[in-house]
Design a protein around this ligand. Structure first.
Ligand code: GUN
Ligand code: FE
Length: 517
């Protein structure tokens, strides 16, 4: 049975542009893929458009969105530690290396107990899904059995994910360290086999993928990294995730342990930087490292909540984008204290504003108007542009017409709503090399979506939401509906939470959200 959705839709297009479509029609196939999208269908024409497709009434269900609801692509969390969820909101007075020793390793060590792991991970997956995360890159603990349980639970829940077991045999406490390179490699391969043998879903493609997970350079000997790089070489499609340049003391320790000039080099010399590598944090990456990472095609997971909470610093996301590095958002649970990518959007915005405020005068634009280069500035360009080509309404920003050079568009600039939305959806999809499947609504992609509500009735006191009894004094025109949709999106991104997520949909199937029992 097809499902045809009709109502307001937000559709990311690029790093600077999204479409707000107040009356959009999306057809989802029985397998959960998008069959077609009609971007602008007046309600009076709805039956005619449906009739053109010649479906028998039993072929489809029409789902008309309630007032105050809209659809957007599901959120993509490119970096989360499933085994640290029990530690959310604890330990933020410390910095990374002390925090790992005092809070994180003891929390993760508990997952040796498979019974505990089963109970805890059941709760973890439910929380991550209900936070609106449709695709997640998960780190498990170093334990094989617990991580197998995690992968199975994610598979059963129907979330799209990458699941890895930490490789760590160096500089770790005696009760939380892998005993040998052989053990680390054997258990890694066993986990991959377990994930690959999970039953196929009705759509035919696996939703849960294995991912090679050397925790970070400091916790892996050269011998272990060499073996992991061999596995990577033998499996070019295998994704890789690790941490990079998160904290100053960590960067210095890495360079001294691996005798390299940079952190990125320590991974590159083992062939671990490639197009399907996800690098978390990147706070202290130099421009040379950004150039190298862009050349290798690796992506960076920007984890601003964690970067603030552990006093790590502020990643230069704008500069990464200007260097052509793929960027997505990561909760870094529990370095970050929230399971929600919405919190990352909020902190990514604030981090970019802080960097813009601190920027030195030489980053200012040289043009006669004297504004900051490419700053979101109402006097230099319109942040809301209507596209007269009847493609709905295109919302562009961060584009300065005084300098068309590809570099410098984002460096030291605050991130626009369009860019924040992109990082949380399509940007994350690129980091996961899943941009052909998810991140936006396009024919042929999977329908991974959130049904969001900004109705007052949702009960979120921060969202001054849709409430016609209180607010509507005159009829809603097409233009005002469009404006409402833009504002609804912004309110959801900055004030929303799980109360505003009615449905979490992966591959066409509702797997979570308030309306899901
Ligand atoms: N670096 C190595 N391990 C970790 C971890 O668990 N969290 C964070 N934020 N950084 C790390
Ligand atoms: Fe992390």
């Amino acid at each position: 049975m097809r499902t045809i959705y009709y109502g307001p839709v937000i559709n990311p297009q690029s790093v600077t542009d999204y479409l707000a479509l107040p009356q959009c029609l999306i057809c989802v196939s029985p397998q959960g893929d998008i069959e077609w999208v009609h971007e602008d269908v007046e309600s009076s024409k709805l039956q005619d458009v449906l009739a053109e497709h010649n479906y028998a009434p039993s072929d489809f269900t029409l789902c008309q969105l309630d007032d105050g609801d809209f659809l957007m692509p599901g959120l993509i969390d490119t970096h989360a530690h499933a085994c640290q969820v029990p530690n959310l909101g604890v330990g933020g007075e410390m910095e990374l290396l002390q925090w790992l020793d005092n809070y994180t390793f003891p929390t993760e060590a508990r997952f040796k107990d498979v019974g505990y792991a089963t109970r805890a991970y059941t709760d973890v997956v439910r929380r991550m899904v209900n936070s609106g995360t449709t695709t997640c890159c998960y780190y498990g603990s170093l334990h094989l059995e617990a991580t197998k349980v995690l992968a199975t639970l994610i598979h059963t829940a129907g979330q799209r994910a990458f699941v890895g077991k930490c490789n760590m045999n160096w500089n770790c406490p005696p009760n939380y360290i892998e005993p040998s390179v052989k053990e680390s490699v054997d258990t890694t391969l066993k986990l991959f086999k377990h994930i690959e043998e999970l039953p196929r879903t009705t759509c035919g493609e696996p939703l849960v993928h294995p991912i090679l997970t050397p925790r970070f350079a400091i916790s892996c000997t050269e011998e272990l990294l060499t073996r992991l790089s061999q596995i990577a070489k033998e499996n070019p499609k295998l994704a890789i995730q690790t941490h990079i340049s998160e904290n100053k003391a960590e960067v210095e320790l890495t360079k001294s342990l691996f005798k390299t000039n940079s952190y990125a080099e320590a991974y590159d010399k083992f062939g671990l930087l490639r197009d399907n590598t996800v690098l978390a944090h990147g706070v202290y990456l130099t421009e040379d490292e950004m150039v190298l990472i862009a050349k290798r095609g690796s992506g960076v997971s920007h984890c601003p909540t964690s970067n603030f909470y552990l006093s790590s610093g502020m990643a230069r996301v704008g500069m990464l984008l200007d260097h052509g590095v793929k960027v997505g958002l990561g909760t870094d649970v529990a370095g970050g204290y929230s399971p929600s990518i919405l919190t990352e959007i909020q902190h990514a915005s604030i981090a970019s504003k802080m960097l813009a405020i601190q920027a030195t005068p030489d980053t200012k634009c040289n043009c006669s108007r004297g504004h900051h280069r490419h700053q979101t500035d109402a006097s230099s360009y319109s942040s809301v542009e209507s596209d007269s080509q009847s493609r709905g309404h295109s919302h562009k920003s961060n584009e300065c017409d005084c300098d068309k050079k590809p570099s410098g568009r984002f460096t030291n600039q605050k991130l626009s709503i369009a860019t924040l939305l992109y990082l949380a959806t399509l940007g994350g999809a690129h980091v996961c090399c899943l941009e052909d499947r998810v991140g936006s609504f396009e024919e042929g992609k999977a329908f991974d979506a959130l049904l969001v509500t900004v109705q007052d009735a949702a009960g979120n006191p921060a969202v001054w939401g849709y409430n016609p009894q209180r607010d509507l004094t005159q009829g809603v025109t097409a233009q005002s509906a469009d404006k409402n949709l833009i504002e609804w999106l912004e309110r959801f991104l900055f004030c929303g939470d799980d109360r505003n997520i009615k449905k979490v949909i992966v591959q066409g199937k509702t797997i979570g959200g308030r309306d899901h029992q």
